[in-house]
Every structure is written in C-alpha cells, then in structure tokens.
Design a protein around this ligand. Structure first.
Ligand code: ADP
Ligand code: MG
Length: 497
C-alpha cells in the first residue's frame, strides 16, 4: 500500500501545510453540576435548574461533585493519559452577563489529567496517533438568549455551573479529514466510557478549532482560534476555510494575527470576533474556596476497573475474529451497535453450540447488510430495532443449520419485521424449509433443461454465463426452497452429461 500524499493547500506561491489543534469541551454525564446539587439535564425550562451557588449568591460555597471527578479520571484513563494525583482549581476572571460569579472555576496550572493520546482513522489517509495535551475540569457558563425579544437579551442559568471536561489536543492534526476523524473518535470514546453523551446538537460537545499554516516542514505559524464549533462537518469546514483564508492573507503580503474567530454556518467561513486574550488577562489564581484535589491510588484503580472494553481494543478483537477492518470499524463506532452485535454473538453461540469466533463473520455480514438496511428504511437507530438480538440469533441459527438459505432468510426477516413473530414460527407457518433432497432437486433441474434445449446447447458450447440462468430457473421451480449449494452441484453434474 502506498502512503497517500500529505494534505496541502495550494497557494499562488506553492503548497502550504495545515496545522490544527482542537480544544473539545465535553459536558460530563452527571446528575448534578460540578459544584452544586442543581440538576444538570438538558432541555428544562429556563432558570429552573439553578441553585444559589450557580446564581453566585454572596456567601455560597462550592462543593466538588465526586462523580464528575470520577468521569474525568475514567476519560483520562481511556485516553491512556497520565492521571495527576494532585490537581487544583483556579478562578478565571472575566465579566459576562451570563456569568454571575464574575469568574469561571477551571484548572489552568494543575489539570487533573496530563498527556495521553488518541488513535484516529481519517477518511482517505493513513491511521494516525494524535497527542493529547491535557484534560481539565471546569464550569460551564450560562446562556444569553438574544433572539427572544426585540430589544432585550435574556439570561438562562440552567447551564451555569455544569461540569465540562476540556480536552486539549497537541497541534498534531494536518487536514480537515484528520480533524473530523479526531472528533469522531473522541466522541465514540466518550460514549463508550459514558462520561459524555456526545450529543453535539444539544451542545454537549463543541470544539475550539486552532488553525495555522506553514510551508511543509517549517516552524509553526501563528494560529487563530475559532470558538464553539458544534458539528464534525462544521469543524472540518472551519479548518478548510480558515487555512485557505490564512494562505490568501500571507500570499498577499499580510500577516496572521492571533485572534478569536467565529464560524458562520451559512457562509461556511470564519470571521473575526475579538483579538486574542492571553492567560494574564484573566488574572488566574487558585480558588480559595476549594482545597487541592487529591486522588488515592485506590480511587484511580477503581476508575480503571470500571472501564468497558474500548473501541480500539474491540476493533482489534473483531479483526482477529476474521471481520474486515471496515466491518470492525462500523460495528464498533457506536457503543450501542457494538453492544447489539455482542448480544447477537452470545445468543447465536448458545443457539448453535459454536464459538463466537466461528460465527462472527456471517453475523457481521448480516448486521451490516440486512439489519442496517432495514433500520435505514425504517429510520430507526439500532437501540430501537424492532428485532432484538435474541430474535436475530434465532433467525441466523436457522441459516447456520441450513434450514434456511440466505434468500429465504431475507424473506423470513421481512416477515419478522412486519409481524413481530419469531423466525421459527414463521418458518413453520409458511412451510419455509430449505431442502437438500437431491431427488426433488434433480427432478426440477431436468424439467428446466428439457424446457430450454437451445440454452443447454449454448452452455455446453462454452457460454458459461448461462449457468446463473439455470440456477434461477431451478430455484423458481423449487419455490425458492432448494439448498443453493446442492442446486449448483447437481446442475454442474447434470449439464455435464
Ligand atoms: P489557549 O487556552 O490559549 O487556547 P491552549 O494551550 O489551551 O491555549 O490550547 C492551545 C491549542 O492550540 C491546543 O489545542 C494546541 O494544540 C493548539 N495549537 C498550539 N499552537 C498551534 C499552532 N501553531 N497552530 C495550530 N494549533 C496550535
Ligand atoms: Mg483555547
């Protein structure tokens, strides 16, 4: 396999390489907020999930939510990252109408999680390992609602104080495809771990996209940071548009200034928002209301023990069971899909008495073609599949023991979807049993051959493409119930005579 050429932006003066680092904000899955007991769920009526702490009433004290710490550590372990046994919370001071405290509690100097990495598989490019710089815990701000009234802005504090993990990548990404693959892999990992629901439409995951350009191999250029981009497609578009803009500026003799930009989804471009503030503008200092956070060895060990099998490990296991890398990737991308497939394999192993290894390939083929096809037609996710893994196992066991041919299984599956009945019941009721009886099959073949003497002559004269015609006619004569392998064998034998 040849290495694909590195992705470059073509300019008037030559090629440019893109450098990207992503800061992903992921809302922690937890019943309550990072420092208060208010609910952290999405979609409640405005200002109904606000404690006195979240509203920053004088004299209120933050109390750290242990579940958020646990989720951050579990996520850090899943990223193969260093877990810092001591971390600390800092105040990041700034004024904004939806930030009643006047500061955000974050972890600048001593984050809970240090360096790690994430393996990605970008479309059309070689797989790659991306460095993780850090993961820290911080509070979310409230939300300003500008479009509900002509002259007023409303503030909704439901989100104020919700726990975020900020996951910062190293500037290792080199193309829009890599940026997209990174966010997809991270989202999948968070959902496996269960530390974030990854719901980008609801804002549970959003990215600040840092982009710069350089001549291939040269020093890094000046970066811009495009804030709060909330879909994989938009993140890729941001990289593309921003790199193009920077190349145009530089080639026209200008320089890139470090600044914060906004993505415009209507134009699919970025525009300047404000010049870049630096850490010293925020007057960071350790939050005097919170003690340093110390983790015990036992706590970290317990977090590690609670992790499920992660996507990369599961993918490797599936390919070792004979699945193609593509099928393994498709089946492991979403935790729900992998769980469904695992349940099917278990049930099928019980039904057939065979090992999961022996069953994985046909089961994967069936899931990725028949089941995915049906779910797509029905517009359903796998978690809402009308056919459960146990019911699918009953169907595939009938294929495995040759009661059903592949095409009969399709018919039975359709009937299962229509009626909700089990495969065996449908097979009994409709008499859909495949036969390997050579007597009956030979009789059907001889009828077909007698009816088509011209085609038989052509076939015997070398036109082998006609074989499929004979198979089709014989199967039709058998009402679709003949074992196709036996039909093939008998046809070959009878046509040779
Ligand atoms: P800040 O808080 O100022 O944005 P961080 O260190 O938190 O700084 O994040 C910096 C992000 O920018 C990281 O994701 C890093 O990989 C990325 N980055 C740093 N330098 C460059 C560069 N020259 N080009 C593109 N991305 C960069
Ligand atoms: Mg930043």
């Amino acid at each position: 396999m040849t290495e694909p050429a590195p992705y470059t932006v073509r300019g008037a003066t030559g090629d440019w390489e893109i450098v990207v680092g992503l800061e992903v904000h992921a809302q922690v899955t937890a019943a309550s907020k990072l420092f208060s007991g208010a609910a952290a769920s999405f979609g409640a009526a405005p200002n109904t999930q606000v404690s006195l702490v979240d509203a920053a009433m004088p004299g209120m004290l933050p109390v750290l939510n242990g579940e958020c710490v646990r989720q951050a550590v579990r996520t850090g372990l899943a990223l193969d990252a260093e877990i810092h046994r001591v971390s600390r919370f800092d105040r990041k001071n700034y004024f904004y109408a939806d930030l009643p405290q006047g500061y955000q509690i974050s972890q600048l100097f001593h984050p809970i999680v240090g360096e790690g990495h994430l393996d990605i598989e970008p479309d059309g490019e070689a797989p790659k390992r991306v460095g993780i710089e850090r993961l820290h815990l911080e509070q979310d701000a409230g939300k300003s609602v500008h479009d509900a009234h002509a002259t007023m802005t409303f503030v909704d504090l439901n989100r104020s104080g919700c726990a975020l993990m900020e996951i910062v990548s190293k500037p290792d990404l080199r193309s829009p495809a890599q940026a997209g693959a990174y966010v997809r892999a991270l989202r999948s990992l968070l959902r496996y771990v269960g530390s974030c629901d990854g719901n980008m439409e609801e804002g549970s995951m959003r990215a600040d996209v840092n982009v710069s350009v350089r001549r291939p191999g040269a020093e890094f250029g000046t970066r811009t940071e495009t804030k709060n981009v909330n879909s994989v497609r938009f993140i890729m578009a941001t990289v593309e548009a921003e790199a193009r803009r920077q190349v145009d500026v530089i080639e026209a003799g200008g320089t890139i200034v470090q600044e914060t930009r906004l993505f415009d989804p209507d134009k699919m471009t970025t525009r300047a928002m404000r010049s870049k503030e630096d850490a010293h503008d925020y007057r960071y200092f350790p939050d005097p209301d919170l003690l340093p956070l110390e983790l015990t060895e036992a706590f970290v060990a317990e977090c590690r023990a609670s992790l499920p099998e992660l996507p990369a490990a599961r993918r490797a296991r599936y390919t070792s069971m004979g699945l193609s890398p593509y099928d393994a990737a498709v089946l492991t991308a979403e935790r729900e899909t992998a769980a469904w497939f695992e349940a099917l394999l278990t049930d099928l192993a019980i039904a057939t008495g065979k090992t999961a290894d022996a069953l994985a390939k046909p089961a994967a083929n069936w899931v990725t073609s028949e089941l995915f096809g049906a779910l797509k037609r029905l517009g359903l996710g796998i978690e809402a599949s009308p056919v459960a893994p146990a019911a699918a196992a009953e169907l595939l066991a009938l294929v495995d023991d040759k009661t059903l041919s592949g095409s009969m299984a399709k018919t039975v599956f359709e009937a299962m979807l229509d009626t909700g009945e089990g495969a065996s019941a449908i097979v009994e009721a409709r008499g859909l049993r495949q036969t390997s009886d050579t007597g009956a099959i030979d009789a059907a073949i001889l009828i077909v051959l007698a009816a088509n003497p011209d085609k038989v002559a052509q076939y015997q004269g070398g036109k082998e493409a006609l074989f499929g015609f004979f198979v089709g006619q014989t199967m039709r004569g058998m009402g679709g119930k003949a074992n196709p392998a036996v039909v093939n064998d008998r046809l070959k034998a009878l046509l040779a005579t």
